[in-house]
Design a protein around this ligand. Structure first.
Ligand code: GLA
Length: 370
């Protein structure tokens, strides 16, 4: 019997939100909060899957792969469907146990982390020889076709390629990337979880993807032939302002501006201009709130609260939005005070305790053999 332990991290994103599926650049990193999957290969066709995280388990037969009505089961079934039915790969039976210290629905990519971990583990156990790019593509395919979330590649790319103490400056158009030191001394990266997860998040996310496609379609209708929205200059977009409704125009404007902010941020960070980078984080939040409309009252409250504290150099909502976390750069001698004051104010306003999340920047997926 073969036993392996896969550790699959979550991810943060410093800047470059909702640009990955528009061919833009992002600045994410893998974190030391993870999903841990213990695999045991066994004889036969019948697999047992247990998730300690959701407190449920189920059995499945490798010769009868079909979609479940229970969404969390579809993460596992989707991976097997992709490998066995679509890719015609031979997968041996296994038992697996999933545990996690990665909060679900917090915008730190617990779902991509789970799918990445499952594929990486099965890749190892079955000697499939899948490379990182293939794993990234497979995660996307499971998310798009099985889970129904039309996300970009930021999460899976980061989870596979993360490197301790480094951010990844990734161009999602061509997957060119470079590692950038994540040292923001004397500022620390702290996440604050709103502990709210708004309904409709998935469908609203997919709606944003469609709105961006609509904008690009209108721009390309006549003489233009842009492949990605981020390649459109703002002055070109403005020529089409009257041909699209204001909502679609705002989405496109945000995407073009946010992509520029990622590039500006990498320059500022490389010159250790944390102050300037912090301003870009606040601008990013403003765009996500007003133009892209993926924020919510709770996230806005946390960011506005941070703005009044000079020790918080930057703050914004992170990930898909509609709830989840803010990412903050806080001077290290002020972290405790900040957490205590923001928690009190948030509790008073919403009657919900927010949760601070202390994250270190870690490696991508790792596999341990025992
Ligand atoms: C989710 C998606 C990513 C990305 C972010 C927003 O995490 O999975 O692909 O679009 O939202 O930046």
């Amino acid at each position: 019997m073969n036993k392996i332990i896969v550790e699959s991290p979550g991810r943060i994103n410093l800047i470059g939100e909702h640009v990955d599926y528009n061919g833009g650049s992002v600045l994410p990193a893998a974190i030391d909060k993870k999903i841990i999957i213990e695999f045991n290969s066994i004889e036969g066709n019948e697999c047992s899957i247990e998730s300690v995280t959701v407190g449920k388990s189920f059995k499945l037969n490798l010769e009868k792969i079909s979609k479940s009505t229970i969404q969390w089961e579809n993460y596992i079934i989707g991976v097997l469907h992709n490998l066995i039915v679509l890719k015609k790969r031979k997968i041996g039976a296994f038992n697996c146990k999933i545990t996690s210290n990665l909060p679900i629905g917090a915008g730190i990519s617990s779902s991509s982390s789970l799918i990445c971990g499952l594929i990486s583990g099965l890749n190892y156990l079955n000697n499939l020889k899948l490379g990182s790019d293939e794993i990234v593509d497979m995660v996307s395919s499971v998310e798009h076709n099985f889970i129904g979330l039309m996300g970009g590649i930021m999460d899976q790319f980061t989870i596979v390629n993360g490197k301790k103490n480094n951010l990844i400056l990734l161009d999602c158009q061509n997957r060119k990337f470079e590692y950038i030191s994540s040292n923001f001394n004397p500022y620390k990266i702290i996440l604050i979880n709103t502990n709210v997860e708004h309904n409709l998040a998935d469908s609203s996310y997919n709606q944003r993807v469609k709105e961006c496609e609509e904008a690009l379609g209108i721009i390309n209708k006549n003489e233009n032939n842009y492949k990605y929205l981020v390649d459109v200059e703002l002055n070109i977009l403005n020529k089409f302002k009257d041909s699209m409704n204001s909502r679609v125009y705002n989405r496109a404007k945000f995407v073009i501006e946010e992509n520029k902010r990622t590039h500006d941020s990498s320059v500022e960070i490389s010159k250790s201009n944390i102050n300037e980078f912090g301003k870009l984080m606040y601008q990013s939040h403003k765009g996500l709130r007003k133009l892209y409309e993926v924020s919510c009252e709770e996230l806005d409250f946390l960011v506005d609260f941070s703005k009044s504290k000079k020790e918080v150099i930057g703050s914004r909502m992170m990930g898909g939005g509609f709830g989840g976390c803010t990412i903050n750069l806080i001077r290290d001698d002020y972290v405790d005070d900040f957490i205590s004051s923001v928690s009190k104010a948030y509790l008073k306003k919403f009657n919900i305790e927010p949760s601070p999340l202390f994250v270190n920047i870690g490696d991508g997926v790792t596999i341990k053999t025992t």
